[in-house]
Write a protein that binds this ligand. Structure first.
Ligand SMILES: Cc1cc2nc3c(=O)[nH]c(=O)nc-3n(C[C@H](O)[C@H](O)[C@H](O)COP(=O)(O)OP(=O)(O)OC[C@H]3O[C@@H](n4cnc5c(N)ncnc54)[C@H](O)[C@@H]3O)c2cc1C
Length: 369
């Protein structure tokens, strides 16, 4: 199906639902546009099974920096097609994309919620749920110490199939919660203090431990948990926040994830939200996805945070991992070259189609790409 790059997921998913279909790959944010998703080559909680959005894209219509409009795919201008997916908008402006869709079988998902007692158990449960569920992610408590270090809540979910309990709730436009969620109470800003983060994590983990394991959730709750709150970013006012997302190759998973959590704990205010996912085979180019684990950490913006982020970047580079360009605020030209070995190829293509560097961004200027 062909869609305009300007359409957001919030607009597209209900339209697709009317036709009984949906996108196989979605990030956790409904306001992302098709163009933005392709430029970052986004992944969902099911990268292990479906790959990133580029893998379910068969054709792009693109305005090159010269102003020429081209259609490209895996046969026509394959190098431009490949570089545009994950190319952070630096090869031109995507106008339209042809995306694969899958049947939307039900409005609900079978979900398992497992509270874990340690990092080892979080990683084991992530593996276990990934073997039996399509969408899997773990929330980790970075503030727990000692034997509880790395404890968390692992959630795995799979869309209900026809003729199962829950499938009588047929999918429709209302499958996706189209209304923006509840306003995040500004008074809860204290939750972003070190004490607030510690209290919130302790309560959240204890409730999951006491609660049921098996649930039937709306798909929206499984795929877009943050959308339950509108303007949730206000909780980081006035200075905002940084999000650091890294990919750690499988061989270094346990050790590197532990070190990143320790770095978070060494900040004057630890990460307020830590999410761990398993990733499958990568697509190459400047795409982020590759086999391993991806750890995402949100940090309130304050003095000393960029120093912590630089240390996270160096650690990730040392173990052969990479930082997600869509979230990056601190990488350097040297590190991005180490993390993305196909960058030279990307730069050669960029020199061919944009010799005068008409297209630039803060990211491209900082990283010299
Ligand atoms: C709450 C939240 C959850 C998220 N969850 C995930 C997740 O699960 N997985 C994941 O992979 N990402 C995730 N992200 C990141 C998000 O999916 C990406 O940053 C995505 O690129 C945002 O799309 P956008 O339309 O807002 O793009 P923008 O932020 O506006 O732009 C992102 C990049 O895309 C380029 N771009 C935008 N439109 C076009 C176009 N038409 N043609 C060419 N280039 C274009 C811009 O130049 C820029 O470089 C999340 C972000 C948030 C805020």
């Amino acid at each position: 199906m062909s869609v305009s790059a300007a359409v957001t997921l919030r607009q597209l998913l209900p339209r697709l639902a009317r036709q009984g279909v949906t996108l196989p790959v979605v990030p956790g944010v409904l306001d992302a546009t098709v163009g933005g998703m392709l430029a970052a080559d986004v992944h969902g909680k099911n990268h292990l099974r479906r790959g990133s959005i580029g893998e379910v894209t068969s054709e792009l219509r693109l305005v090159l920096p010269s102003g020429e409009v081209i259609d490209c795919d895996r046969d026509r201008e394959p190098d431009i097609f490949r570089a545009t997916i994950g190319g952070m908008g630096l090869t031109g402006m995507i106008l339209e994309a042809r995306l694969s869709v899958i049947p939307l079988l039900a409005a609900r998902a079978h979900v398992q919620v497992m509270a874990t007692a340690s990092l080892e158990e979080s990683l084991d449960q992530l593996d276990r749920l990934a073997s039996c569920h399509e969408h899997v992610a773990a929330w980790l408590d970075p503030t727990a110490n000692g034997s509880a270090f790395g404890r968390g809540i692992v959630v795995g979910g799979t869309m209900v199939t026809a003729d199962e309990p829950g499938s009588s709730d047929r999918p429709s436009v209302s499958t996706w919660d189209l209304h923006r969620g509840r306003e995040f109470p500004a008074a809860l800003g204290w939750l972003m203090s070190p004490t607030g983060i510690r209290c919130h994590n302790t309560v959240r983990h204890a409730l999951a431990k006491l609660g049921r394991r098996d649930h039937l959730w709306d798909l929206g709750r499984l795929l877009f948990p943050l959308e339950r709150w509108s303007h949730w970013k206000k909780v980081y006012q006035p200075a905002g926040f940084h999000q650091h997302q890294s990919l750690i190759p499988t061989a270094h998973g346990r050790a590197a994830i532990g070190e990143l959590l320790e770095l978070s704990n060494s900040a004057s205010c630890p990460s307020s939200l830590v999410v761990l996912k398993k990733m499958g085979k990568g697509a190459g180019g400047l795409s982020f996805g590759a086999e391993g684990l991806t750890l995402t950490m949100d940090f309130r913006s304050e003095v000393g945070v960029t120093e912590i982020l630089h240390r996270c970047d160096s650690l990730v580079a040392e173990v052969g991992g990479r930082v997600y360009l869509a979230k990056d605020t601190t990488l350097t030209p040297q590190l991005v070259r180490t993390m993305y070995p196909q960058l030279d190829q990307f730069l050669r293509l960029r020199s061919r189609i944009d010799p005068d560097r008409k297209l630039n961004s803060d990211l491209s200027r900082r990283l010299k790409i």
